[in-house]
Design a binder for this molecule. Structure first.
Ligand code: IFM
Length: 448
């Protein structure tokens, strides 16, 4: 199939300078009904009527548990250097926090070894949202103990797999784990509660810091964080709109960078949380800001921020603007990616390598014969890679870029309705069909 020349060109130009990879996550692809995996809070959430598109869940997903070799072959045949995957906590520890599931251990042993055999660097994430049900039932991320259990789980991973992992991040997208799931209620556990939000926003950061310390004790290096960033534009020039956009940035973005790199939370967000913050939270800030080896940015879109008197705590709402949109109704704005890469390098971690740990788009892809012409995705990748190229020229130390995602997969509350893959998945037959974007990557990476 003919690839897109300009995407291929920008990949070729960047390829000698940075690692290229693809990213996925356990619950979204593995199939939680295979191999003795325990239940996570996503299984429960999906069972609640009205939470997830058509009640879809991750029990089968892409059946990656059985098809992982095919999927790794796709990664290696495209010429990617690295694969960002996540461990499933309930697959490894389905029943208790110490009784390992041998089939789970065996699966990740085989998966990692199969990556290494193919010269694919394993970039691991320890938590990409599949919280074991038993922890969710005890308050999940509102409960300080969950952070401690996460540290124990980290220790288990280090013992079994640590020596084969090239790079590790404890948590994927702490904003989604906390605010999106406890204030907006869009993800498990589906709460809309200020107190739960304040607690989860702190404990997920504590979990990160404790996990980093455990990994350091094991002598591991190349440890980082994976933060999702959303660009923000005030709806107009008014002072109140600017102030609300600043507050949005505080909740969505700076809460995480400020705590990881400066050991503090933004004052304007703390003043909304008030007494809802966990008692003596300040005592945890040194653990939370334990030194890192790299910083990861997941970037997709922006919000337009408008003041909203009816919103009881934060007083704003998030709107969409007039830019072209993806199938998620997310505006396409690569300038946002440049903004966050520059800000990280300037204000937070000037000495650290930066990775774009996720970037990509959902598109209503369909097969015509055996082909899928996902031309909008080609342009999306191209425009964002051009932004990366520009910031590198200005000295921002970007060292890697991961496309989200290898496969069409379980897009959380949107179920299987949204397709982010560079490879199409037929969820009835599990047939994989590379899209045009896959072939563009392959062309760009040829000869690596
Ligand atoms: O599918 C998700 C992924 O799990 C986390 N980052 C954003 C992606 C697209 O919504």
């Amino acid at each position: 199939m003919e690839a897109n020349i300009s995407l291929t060109d920008v990949i070729r130009r960047l390829a000698p300078q940075i690692n290229f990879g693809v990213a996925t996550a356990s619950y979204q692809i593995e199939g939680s009904s295979f191999g003795g995996c325990g239940r996570s809070h996503w299984d429960d959430f999906a069972d609640e009527p009205g939470r997830v598109f058509e009640g879809h869940n991750g029990s089968i997903a892409c059946e990656h548990y059985h098809h992982y070799e095919t999927d790794l072959n796709l990664i290696s045949e495209a010429g990617f250097d690295a694969y960002r995957f996540s461990f499933s906590w309930p697959r490894l520890l389905p029943e208790t926090s110490s009784t390992l599931n041998p089939d789970g251990v065996d699966f990740y042993d085989r998966l990692i070894d199969a990556m290494l055999e193919r010269d694919i660097k394993p970039f691991a994430t320890l938590y990409h949202w599949d919280l074991p049900q038993r922890h969710a039932q005890k308050g999940g991320w509102q409960n300080r103990d969950t952070a401690k259990y996460f540290a124990d789980y980290t220790d288990i991973i280090m013992r079994h797999f640590g020596d084969r992992l090239v790079s590790i991040a404890p948590v994927n997208e702490p904003w989604c784990v906390s605010f999106l799931s406890h204030y907006w209620g869009h993800h498990a556990p589906g709460l809309m509660d200020l107190s739960a939000t304040a607690k989860s926003m702190h404990y997920i950061q504590l979990a990160h810091g404790l996990s980093i310390n455990v990994m350091r004790e094991h002598g591991h290096s190349n440890l980082g964080c994976v933060l999702n960033k959303e660009y923000f534009t005030p709806i107009d020039d008014s002072e109140v709109a600017q102030e609300k956009a600043h507050l949005f940035d505080g909740i969505y973005n700076r809460w995480f960078e400020d705590s990881l790199f400066k050991g503090q939370y933004p004052e304007e967000v703390l003043s909304v949380f008030g007494n809802e913050m966990p008692e003596n939270y300040q005592d945890d800030m040194s653990v939370i800001s334990s030194p890192l080896d790299w910083a990861g940015v997941n970037y997709y879109t922006r919000s337009v921020i408008a003041p909203d008197d009816k919103e009881p705590h934060f007083g704003f709402k998030c709107l969409r603007g007039d830019l072209p949109k993806t199938d998620m109704d997310w505006e396409i704005i690569p300038e946002g990616l440049s903004f966050f890469l520059r800000r990280l390098a300037k204000d937070y971690c000037p000495d650290l390598p930066i990775y774009i740990t996720e970037n990509g788009m959902a598109n209503a892809d369909y097969l015509v014969g055996e082909a899928i012409a996902d031309t909008s995705r080609l342009s999306y990748f191209e425009s964002h890679l051009r932004a990366v190229e520009e910031v590198i020229e200005d000295g921002v130390p970007v060292k890697g870029y991961f496309a989200w995602s290898l496969l069409d997969n379980y897009e959380w509350a949107f179920g299987y309705d949204k397709r982010f893959g560079i490879v199409h998945v037929d969820f009835d037959t599990q047939k994989r069909t590379p899209k045009q974007s896959y072939y563009a990557w392959q062309d760009g990476l040829r000869g690596r």
